[in-house]
Design a protein. Structure first.
Length: 119
């Protein structure tokens, strides 16, 4: 009689452990997938915003340069144009690098938070 009760308890314990493991793994996978989707969406939106901002910035710089050239019509204008375009490109590159670094930091922090949640 005792052996039969112990056998039933053993089966019950195994079933409970399997169910708990399946539930925990499912929750972890769902959380990771949700966070990955959020990170991907944030990264895509950030990249689009940065690209639009850089394009608008460069267009504004070109318009300003064209206006200066039309108004001034001097040899010095060539130097000014070159300097302004170089500065604009450098600023655009720096902005893109800073945004990429920001995205990397955000992804790293979110990964750390997910890791802490899972363990």
């Amino acid at each position: 009689m005792v052996d039969e009760v112990l056998a039933v308890l053993e089966v019950v314990v195994v079933v409970v452990v399997v169910v708990v493991v399946v539930v925990v793994v499912t929750v972890v996978v769902v959380v990771v997938v949700i966070v990955v989707i959020i990170v991907v969406v944030v990264v895509i939106i950030t990249i689009i915003v940065v690209l639009v901002a850089v394009v608008v910035y460069l267009v504004v710089v070109v318009v300003v340069v064209v206006v200066v050239v039309v108004v001034a019509e001097v040899v010095v204008v060539v130097v000014v144009v070159v300097v302004v375009v170089v500065v604009a490109v450098v600023v655009a590159v720096v902005v893109v690098i800073l945004v990429v670094l920001l995205v990397v930091v955000v992804v790293t922090v979110l990964s750390f938070i997910i890791f802490k949640m899972c363990y």
